[in-house]
Ligand binder design. Structure first.
Ligand SMILES: C[S@@+](CC[C@H](N)C(=O)[O-])C[C@H]1O[C@@H](n2cnc3c(N)ncnc32)[C@H](O)[C@@H]1O
Length: 232
């Protein structure tokens, strides 16, 4: 059963205020994804302009901005409470002048000509296949041909023999992050309720249909999978 996920409710002020600390114990996983971003995008132009879809509190930009001091970033997220925190981080860390912030959906942002895009832990919230494909298309439509995108999502083949073991492993990780047993129990039912139930091959097909070259899975940590692709 799918629920109507509303990022404005889920990622409202209370969640936004605690988001950065919530999974601190699992920072190694985010660090790995950010390292993948850093190496994948290393050959972008000196003055590249990146589209950060579902930027949240801006973790990916906080990693990239100091490493690539001439890059510019357009952060898009419908949850203004999350984006407000991203803005505060950018000001405190000295790269706000290289950022623009749009508290809306990517499809509402003026057509761009971006050199690369990130979508980290976002599209799994879009539960309907057509809407998820449209979300990827809204990113593709704003990229230059050949521009890379790194997409990471919670995603698993629930019919696969390994799913039960993977879910148990992930519940253990959630316990490390301080999640109570009831929360871990809820995770077991999360695909199709909190998160979209599409398996890896479904997500890959959606990305390709949306105007990207066939994505290649390049990272995995438990239930998180990351794919590298580029605008066709
Ligand atoms: C788990 S957070 C990830 C934030 C950030 N990318 C990171 O890695 O920390 C998911 C973010 O996606 C945003 N989001 C949810 N649905 C979205 C959509 N359809 N389009 C763009 N952003 C969306 C939420 O508001 C939230 O800020």
């Amino acid at each position: 059963m799918s629920t109507d996920f509303d990022p404005l409710v889920t990622f409202g002020p209370d969640h936004a205020a605690t988001y950065d600390d919530r999974f601190k114990a699992l920072h190694g996983i985010k660090d790995m994804i950010h390292l993948a971003l850093e190496s994948t995008f290393a050959n972008l132009p000196e003055t590249a302009h990146l589209l950060i879809a579902g930027a949240g509190t801006g973790a990916e930009v906080r990693h990239l901005a100091p490493l690539f001091p001439n890059w510019r970033f357009t952060l898009v997220d419908p949850a203004s409470a999350m984006l407000e925190i991203a803005k505060r981080h950018a000001e405190a860390e000295g790269f706000a002048d290289r950022c623009t912030f749009h508290a809306t959906y990517v499809s509402e942002v003026d057509a761009g000509n971006f050199d690369a895009a990130t979508s980290l832990l976002v599209s799994h919230f879009v539960q309907q296949a057509d809407a998820r494909t449209d979300y990827f298309r809204s990113i593709a439509d704003r990229l230059k041909p050949g521009a890379p995108m790194l997409n990471a999502d919670l995603c698993a083949d629930q019919s696969g023999a390994e799913f039960e073991t993977l879910m148990k492993f992930w519940q253990g990780m959630m316990a490390k992050a301080g999640m109570a047993p009831e929360g871990q129990e809820q995770y077991a039912k999360s695909f199709g309720t909190i998160f979209a139930c599409h398996g890896p091959s479904d997500v890959e097909a959606m990305i390709e249909t949306a105007g990207f070259i066939p994505p290649v899975q390049c990272v995995q940590a438990g239930l998180i999978k990351g794919w590298l692709t580029a605008k066709a």
